[in-house]
Design a protein around this ligand. Structure first.
Ligand SMILES: [Zn+2]
Length: 345
């Protein structure tokens, strides 16, 4: 069996799709997504449900458990064996105990998620991890970084998540908290972040920071087609709407996206010097808005990163967009099976 760190393990291609099924889930900010695949991995069932603001943690967890049980029923329709369940969380997870330590944008602290899932007696290994770690692994196994082994993944959503693979394996750090790049301090006099610190990178590169830029420009008198589109009901703003406006030449949208691109590029240039990746994969809103972000990001990288770190690196869009985390959940189960060298046939 080849499980070398360079690229996707070749043996996966020869595996029997009916060897079992995999369930993966993302508990996001404002949604829950569940994906069931066979071992090919072909999707058997997928659902993404919105979570209304104000829904309690207990209600969300109940819904997650109900969806996982439903997923198992779907999986059983295609294969006998549940190979594993993986759940991604936008926050800091103790990778060993499976406890959510702190998910700033969900405002969850100290949730024993793995223990809760194990109580349900699913009869298969369960993995709980940071969503960006999972998504990074998903891009390595099934997405834009299959041929690479030193991979920096960054994903913008409500916050800014990150994952780093070295030699094809996630780098977790001493206690599993590595790759929280969104909470690097980039402005000591900056805005308060949901983590409690001031001036984190994600206060400058995230969905919310983009919305704030648009609103500030419009409220200070600049004209934009986004006023008409939202009727100044700013909760109607979406990243897709802003990208569309930018494509139509709306200068408020274009400049706001370019400002995000600038802060993104400055941060990436530093990370290239710190980590020396072969490839940078950008997901979430960073992928949706890539046509406006990438030119500015590349310009800042050229200006700021050390020559040797910038010359060989590629910056690309993630392949899996908003499904990156659940695809990564599938990859998490794959990698665990491969590392135990007990391949189902
Ligand atoms: Zn922070």
């Amino acid at each position: 069996m080849q499980t070398s760190g360079t690229g996707r393990p070749a043996t996966l291609l020869a595996l029997n799709p009916a060897a079992g099924y995999i369930v993966s889930c993302e508990i996001g900010v404002g949604f829950v997504e569940v994906l069931v695949t066979d071992f090919a991995p072909k999707a058997i069932w997928q659902i993404k449900e919105p979570v209304k603001p104000g829904t309690t943690q207990a209600e969300i967890l109940d819904r997650v458990l109900a969806l996982l049980h439903e997923a198992v029923k779907w999986g059983k329709s295609s294969a006998d064996t549940l190979l594993g369940i993986a759940v991604g969380i936008p926050g800091m997870v103790d990778h060993v105990s499976g406890n959510i330590l702190f998910a700033p944008n969900l405002k969850w602290r100290n949730v024993p998620l793995l223990a809760l899932l194990e109580n349900e007696s699913f009869g298969a290994p369960i993995y709980v991890d940071n969503e960006a770690n999972m998504a990074a692994l998903g891009e390595h196994y099934f997405g834009a970084a299959q041929e690479y082994s030193e991979i920096l993944y960054l994903s913008g959503n409500v916050g800014l998540g990150g994952g780093f693979l070295s030699n094809g394996k996630l780098r977790r750090g001493a206690s599993g908290m590595a790759a929280e790049y969104g909470h690097m301090t980039v402005d000591t006099h900056g805005e308060l972040c949901n983590c409690g610190n001031y001036g984190c990178w994600e206060t400058k590169v995230s969905q919310n920071s983009l919305y704030k830029k648009i609103i500030n420009k419009v409220e200070s008198g600049e004209s934009s087609i986004l006023v008409e589109k939202t009727q100044r009901k700013w909760e109607r703003l979406s990243v897709e709407m802003i990208v569309e406006a930018a494509q139509a030449g709306d200068q408020v949208a274009v400049r706001s996206l370019e400002e995000i691109g600038y802060s993104l590029g400055v941060g990436i240039a530093s990370l290239l010097n710190a980590l020396n990746p072969e490839i940078v994969v950008l997901g979430g809103i960073l992928s949706i808005a890539s046509e406006f972000l990438f030119p500015v990001v590349n310009e800042e990288i050229q200006k700021r990163a050390l020559q040797w770190n910038r010359e060989s690196v590629k910056v690309v869009r993630a392949a899996h967009g908003s499904d990156a985390c659940v695809k990564g959940g599938t990859a998490t189960v794959y990698q665990s099976i491969l590392s135990q060298a007990k391949l189902p046939r």
